[in-house]
Design a binder for this molecule. Sequence first.
Ligand code: ADP
Length: 484
Amino acid sequence: MIISSDEGADTQGWQASSQHDVQFYESDDFLAERVGAFIGAGLGAGDGAIVIATKEHRKQIERRLDAEGARPSAARLERRYVALDADETLARFMVDGSPDPKRFARVIGRLIRATAQRAGQTPRHVWVFGEMVALLWQEGNPGAAIRLEELWNELQDAHDPFSLCCAYPMRAFAGEEQRNAFIAICERHGRAIPAESYATLATPAERERAITLLQQRASSLEAEIAERRQIEAQLREMEARKDAFIVMASHELKTPVTSLKAFTQILQRRLASQTDPRTLAMLVRMETQLERLISLIGDLLDVSRMQSGILTYRDSSFDFDAMVRETVRDMQAVATAHTIQMEGESGTRVYGDRDRLSQALANLVANAIKYSPDAPTIFVRLGNIAEPGGGLVEVAVRDHGVGIAERHQAHIFERFYQADDERGGTYAGLGIGLFVAHQFVERHGGRLWVESREGEGSTFHMVLPCVRGEMMASPVEKAREGVS
Ligand code: ADP
């Protein structure tokens, strides 16, 4: 069946004039039916027709044309009908992700003129169906799709009249954020034809009912969106209040805990000569716990500051190996059951916040200790990777502890993430140590990642860029200098 303009002219009629319609669709069957009717109207009237579509759609449309007796193969032989691949045609005028106006006018203008041409007679009218715009849209390039719609309009203004129809799947516009883009597409067309759930309704009464239903749905959706926005705003406010509370609470905790630590150290010194070793050992353990508490409070404060964007860094160029050695020494001083073994050196300077990078490393070492209760040696290896125009420094922290199951590995750097432990072991924590370390390393243009096998242990790699042109002499060079 070929739909002519007198059958429901507002939604169904195709006209042999310079019109630019857009057809929305839900199923490919409906698309084929509508395009079949559009192109069929042209071929049936002895006009020219062009289909620029995907392979699958071309096949479906031609099947439809055959079924309606529009005989596309015969029309092709008469050079009245051309079917082209949408991707290949796009490639002929797209430049850097955007349709090039001159190329578009040349490629498509020539195509339409060739199809319109009749030896010795006035050119025939041409009907064009194209879905290159929809492909651009679905590729996530709506700007190019809208631009291409405009180029089609410009071509229609500059050219002999041709009928033009494009089509978009309705699902491409799902979501409130698509609303403005959807309006932009409709505005660039003479007619926007609704998808089948509306367009196939036969009587005016049915259509009125459908519109009423849609209006109801739209107003309840709008109410829902308004409600959601309000809830989001409340959540944001609560989140901000929670962050402010954590900042305040950590601040309040930090002062007394820091002075407790100082008093413990004084006590240790005073009692060193007079007390039995067991009391001293308890004081040492007290200091270890206080140290852990101070570091946790520091991390908590940093997380909150990161969230509110007020974390500041104090950058300078510093000797990376010295920082690592110092951090390891401090950790070793409070580690009662583990030995931290240093390997290698990098001989490199890094530009950044020394204290924060030291904190990142300390968090890795603290985890290595915490998650390897039965493997008392932790390895910290330094090295560097030479690269033209810079170079990288690497520090790796290896333990032979419980390891991390693969499914957790991608998440452990997230805020508040803690891998649950199926083996039943309990490891206290807040799930922020790795988050903080990762943020610090990324902030310095570096990378932090883990290699781990459950039950075998983990290696955390931290890689940072070295100071350009300030690479210190490597151990080998130092040795050479010593010889000469
Ligand atoms: P937590 O306070 O829970 O230790 P982190 O952010 O430091 O928080 O680490 C996140 C999770 O990553 C931990 O809960 C733990 O499951 C896992 N993890 C971190 N380091 C190691 C490690 N060296 N060995 C095994 N698991 C680790």
